[in-house]
Design a protein around this ligand. Structure first.
Ligand code: CA
Length: 225
């Protein structure tokens, strides 16, 4: 899941981005309103975390413009303490939820998860395909009774494939939703990660779950090849 974090305060931005990445989110950071609008227009984000007070363009304007352009991306707004008018204004501009500063990181994480569940997220929280099971809250993965240890990135890739299970997911879509803006489209990073995931998930097990569609992408499914 790829998140655009818009926060002009460098320490706060760094801390939040680091925290979110630890939970396997791909995070891009924008430090002003113009940059945020641009990023949101060129990338397909799963969620925006939007500070209200920003240089060049405030969070309300960014949100209003996005909605006017037809974007339905979930927006979590970060408002200043006690600014009741801010919260009301935020919701009026089309934000989905708001959080009052200062907040606890775990609270932010809970809101982020709740907002992502409204989208094309895993519903219910646990995903099952054959003997593969993903528990999204704890980010644990099993095949049968065997727990599969995955890195954050491997888990993020698997969860993205699971959200789209049964449909072919292109490399471009994976790059867009699992990696952040530092992703090099000319690298073979995705192939490498898919191979790793396949080794951990499918090697020595049946049925095989990760399939390559040559020239198209990958699909998570039970099928005979
Ligand atoms: Ca600010």
């Amino acid at each position: 899941m790829r998140v655009l974090l818009v926060e002009d305060e460098p320490d706060a931005a760094r801390m939040l981005a680091k925290g979110l990445r630890r939970y396997a989110y791909a995070v891009d950071v924008a430090a002003n309103g113009e940059e945020a609008s641009y990023q949101a227009s060129v990338n397909d984000y799963d969620l925006l975390i939007l500070d209200v007070m920003l240089p060049l363009k405030d969070g309300f304007s960014i949100c209003r413009e996005l909605r006017a352009a037809g974007s339905a991306v979930p927006v979590l707004m970060l408002t200043a303490r006690d600014a009741v008018e801010d919260r009301i204004a935020g919701l009026n501009t089309g934000a989905d939820d708001y959080l009052v500063k200062p907040f606890d990181f775990q609270e932010l994480l809970a809101r982020v998860r709740a907002l992502l569940r409204r989208g094309p997220a895993l519903r219910p929280e646990n995903f099952q395909l054959a003997d593969l099971r993903l528990e999204t809250q704890s980010r644990t993965v099993f095949r049968g009774t065997a727990r599969i240890a995955l890195t954050n990135k491997e888990y993020a890739l698997l969860e993205y494939l699971a959200r789209r299970a049964g449909t072919v997911v292109t490399r471009g879509e994976i790059a867009e939703h699992v990696w952040d803006e530092t992703f090099d489209p000319f690298s073979n990073t995705i192939e490498v990660y898919v191979q790793r995931l396949r080794r951990k998930l499918d090697e020595g097990r049946e049925p095989k779950l990760i399939h390559t569609r040559r020239g198209m992408g990958y699909v998570l499914a039970v099928e005979s090849e």
